[in-house]
Design a binder for this molecule. Structure first.
Ligand SMILES: C[S@@+](CC[C@H](N)C(=O)[O-])C[C@H]1O[C@@H](n2cnc3c(N)ncnc32)[C@H](O)[C@@H]1O
Length: 284
């Protein structure tokens, strides 16, 4: 660990009183630490171990008597960090990233805003390799702003809503951004910005729609944008451009063998048809 990092953490720890919310303390300290020690994904494995070792030596001070088993907590938290930070992108995340790369209106010069990017924004980190300007917004990030900046990402730790300023961006994206879905559509329509969202159904405003095959979004989002297109699990408006072939190219490749359950009927039918056609070709 760098000396300035060690000094900073020791100073910070000595001035703070820790107590009941031990999980919070652990992650807050990790975020402070990350500003010094994490500047690319390759730093992560070493950093988590180093951070945990450092905290172990400070365990008695950080976690006072309100925390029953500090060493166990640190072990558990370090394990959780390893899992969160080191697991590879899921197939859905990979697919989303590939589609975004193909449809971004100004290619690598597109100024992207990734809404609900995630505590550790894996898709943003991957996209930041290919775009000159990528901003991630979420209510909380695990890494410091400096760490994210070193990975070519500007981070905004804020709740996205209809008042969020989006004028400076060219393209608004969101992968399963839960409660932000409706507001993305509203704001992008207001400012005529292209957007591409991978939907999730956890925050549908009308409970009766929950669990529907179409997830109910077709009953909600067109009220805000009559030109929205649905291609489950995605919804988008890229200024009238037909991007269906691009979506299908990537989803076919990714989900050929087993279409995921949450992909809607329309896409599932296309994938099944594609598989059947391939089988036919193999037989003949
Ligand atoms: C299911 S996670 C998806 C994370 C990431 N996009 C991914 O693909 O793995 C949803 C994220 O959206 C964030 N989120 C939900 N509503 C939000 C809002 N209104 N503003 C900012 N972030 C929001 C949550 O904090 C959470 O990190």
């Amino acid at each position: 660990m760098r000396n300035d990092c060690k000094e900073f953490l020791e100073d910070y720890i000595s001035k703070h009183i820790y107590g009941k919310n031990a999980d919070y303390d652990f992650y807050t300290l990790f975020k402070l630490y990350s500003a010094y020690e994490i500047s690319c994904p390759q730093d992560i494995t070493r950093a988590v171990d180093e951070f945990s070792d450092f905290l172990t030596s400070w365990g008695g001070t950080i976690f006072n008597s309100n925390v029953k088993d500090a060493p166990r907590l640190m072990k558990y938290s370090a394990k959780a960090l390893h899992m969160l930070l080191e697991s590879p992108l899921t197939t859905h995340q990979e697919c989303f990233v590939k589609i975004i790369k193909d449809i971004a209106p100004y290619k690598k010069n597109t100024k992207i805003l990734d809404v609900g990017a995630g505590l550790y924004p894996k898709a943003s980190i991957k996209l930041a390799n290919d775009f000159n300007s990528l901003t991630a917004i979420d209510v909380q990030f695990l890494l410091s702003g400096a760490s994210m900046q070193a990975m070519n990402i500007s981070s905004i730790e804020q709740h996205f809503d209809i008042n969020t300023q989006i004028q400076e961006y060219d393209f608004i994206i969101g992968r399963r951004p839960c409660g932000a879905i409706e507001d993305i559509v509203k704001v992008c329509t207001k400012f005529q910005k292209p957007y591409f969202i991978e939907l999730c159904n956890c925050c549908l405003p009308q409970p009766p729609f929950q669990g529907d095959e179409n997830w109910g979004w077709e009953d909600v989002l067109p009220c805000h944008d009559p030109h929205i297109t649905f291609s489950y699990p995605y919804a988008y408006n890229i200024g009238g451009k037909d991007i269906e072939p691009i979506i299908h190219k990537h989803t076919h490749k990714m989900f050929q063998k087993s279409p995921p359950q949450h992909v809607g009927m329309r896409l599932r039918k296309i994938i099944s048809q594609h598989n059947a056609d391939e089988e036919k070709e193999n037989i003949t």
